[in-house]
Design a binder for this molecule. Structure first.
Ligand code: GLP
Length: 241
């Protein structure tokens, strides 16, 4: 595990964007795994700027997002579909056909999850997966559990995740209680992983990721077993290492 500690969120965003950009330059047809949340927002902004300057090209890039709330329409501003269009896809030369996000309105969720896995496989697997991290060490929406779930699946969200994400909604009651998420196996199959974290609230989760016991009760701890993980984290998130 490589750990890059930055002064703040801004420097974290710049450095993570540089890693994504170098992947895109080396392999213009890369398959990228993307994440939502406030952590990667600044990085997406940097990628937009680099695309506008002509330094990176999205025309052959394929993307797969980690997760989506279950029961939110694409048009809902809180959906991860909406987030990705708004924060990145609408502003770069990306072919919309090449972007993939689990369908949060799927009636047959098992079929949706199975097909999502198949699409990733058909694309040749994920070259670089961006991850944020939950305060409780969740990655994607893989919540602390008694086992690691391998494939993309429907998951019930923990109370602390619902509370943490309520800041984006009018009230806590509006936060969906379920989500579709890549599984731990889906994430671990990525060739390279860049995990981003910023702020004191993430310090325990980062401790668990780097030094904690490998356990499904702290899902990010499994990353200790991956051979190419880079943590790009700010000083506050790194404060308990
Ligand atoms: C959500 C997402 C995660 C994300 C986490 C942290 O639960 N499913 O992928 O990493 O939030 O969000 P933030 O970056 O806003 O702290």
């Amino acid at each position: 595990m490589k750990i890059i500690i930055t002064k703040n969120h801004e420097e974290m965003s710049r450095k993570a964007a540089a890693l994504v950009a170098s992947q895109m330059i080396l392999k213009p047809e890369s398959v990228l795994g993307f994440a939502t949340g406030s952590t990667p927002e600044g990085m997406y902004q940097k990628l937009i700027e680099a695309n506008k300057k002509g330094d990176i090209d999205f025309s052959k890039i394929k993307t797969f997002n980690l997760d989506e709330y279950y029961g939110l329409e694409k048009e809902n501003p809180q959906s991860y579909y909406y987030f990705m269009q708004d924060k990145l896809f609408n502003h770069v030369n990306m072919d919309p056909q090449n972007t993939h996000i689990p369908n949060g309105m799927a009636e047959d969720t098992e079929k949706e999850c199975r097909e999502y896995e198949e699409k990733i496989e058909k694309a040749g697997g994920i070259d670089l997966q961006i991850l944020g991290i939950g305060n409780n060490s969740h990655i994607g929406f893989n919540e602390p559990d008694t086992e690691f779930v391998r494939d993309t699946h429907l998951v019930g969200l923990n109370e602390d995740t619902i509370q943490a994400n309520a800041r984006f909604f009018e009230s806590e009651e509006e936060v969906p209680t379920q989500a579709l998420t890549m599984g731990i196996g889906t994430i671990m199959k990525s060739k390279k992983i860049v995990l981003m974290a910023s702020g004191k609230g993430k310090a325990d989760a980062i401790y668990n990721t780097v030094k904690g016991e490998i356990s499904p009760e702290a899902p990010s701890s499994i990353l200790q077993l991956h051979r190419d993980v880079i943590l790009v984290i700010d000083q506050e998130a790194a404060s308990k290492l």
